[in-house]
Design a protein around this ligand. Sequence first.
Ligand code: 5GP
Ligand code: MN
Length: 356
Amino acid sequence: MIKDILADAGRLDSLIEASGNIVITAHIHPDGDAAGSTIALLHYLVEKRHRNVRILYPEPLPSTISFISEYTDSEMILDGTTMPERCAEAVKNADLIFCLDCNSFSRTGCLENLMRGSDAPKVLIDHHLNPDSEAFTFVVSTPEVSSACELLYNLLMSMKDIGGDALKLPSVSADALMTGMTTDTNNFANSVYPSTFAMASGLLAAGVDRDAILGRLFNEYRENRLRMMGALLYENMKITPWGVAYMVVDEELASRFGIMEGETEGFVNMPLAIGCVKMSLFLKIDGDGFFRVSVRSKKGYSSNKCASRYFHGGGHENASGGRLFFPQDISSRSLAGQYIEEVTAALFKEEGYYEE
Ligand code: 5GP
Ligand code: MN
């Protein structure tokens, strides 16, 4: 791993050296890891390498994690949905493109065609399963790390100008890397490796204020989020006899609590606290005739198989996502629960998960 990372960092160094205008992108519905890794890379490229850099997000950062970009010049961050011309201009001028925390341009929403159409060298830095390696000039893809932030931390630490000294990372980058790793591991609850603690240790020693980050991440929600969490657990969550828990948030429920983008993050994890629950699904209605689906599972039960077989998605082995379309997948949105029960019963049977 160390040897590979050194070679990868060397290659990355040459690509950066040969570029003046750099574009960074990440997956649709950017989360803490997508935001943390892109902001960390931007500050490294601007402060240490003096490059002209733009981040292009398919959508704005939700208010729950927008603090990650509070020290970044807003001119450097472009939103694909509201600034298509400026995004097109940035990609046209780019001589290097980074895609972070995202295994394929098909996951970059409205930016997909722009990214695919560019002749610039393209670098993938990601930790999801099944990277679309064909679409990239250079691929750094390691599923055995907690987060894109952890992967990027190791790459940056191996760059010549950082030389393994986390104190040489721009402080905004160090904070952003810690933040993204913390959200993707659900604060050290999942996907934690020895390298994850090594990263946390390195960043703490370099002065990152983890308490402040935890405060921003977990103690600044609106009351509505907790009220909705209570209502969901009390009256919405269903548990099947084979150990699948699910919650379905439709328009009525979302508007009853005035829930905003990003405010249901993490709800999918809660049912896994119950002993008999092996897999948890969280569905939330989206404007355009589909539910966004989150899947989480305990070890030995594959969220990835569930999301890729039945919800047009994918992700990690125990944390995946996808979509459920109506009327294509289910004739009416009220049939979401029934669909979940049918497909998870089939999955559990096929994979031998079901203990009688
Ligand atoms: P979340 O449930 O937090 O939205 O997503 C969990 C994981 O699954 C994330 O790593 C995310 O990138 C991935 N994921 C979410 N939705 C999709 C999707 O539609 N397709 C694929 N391939 N991955 C997804
Ligand atoms: Mn991630």
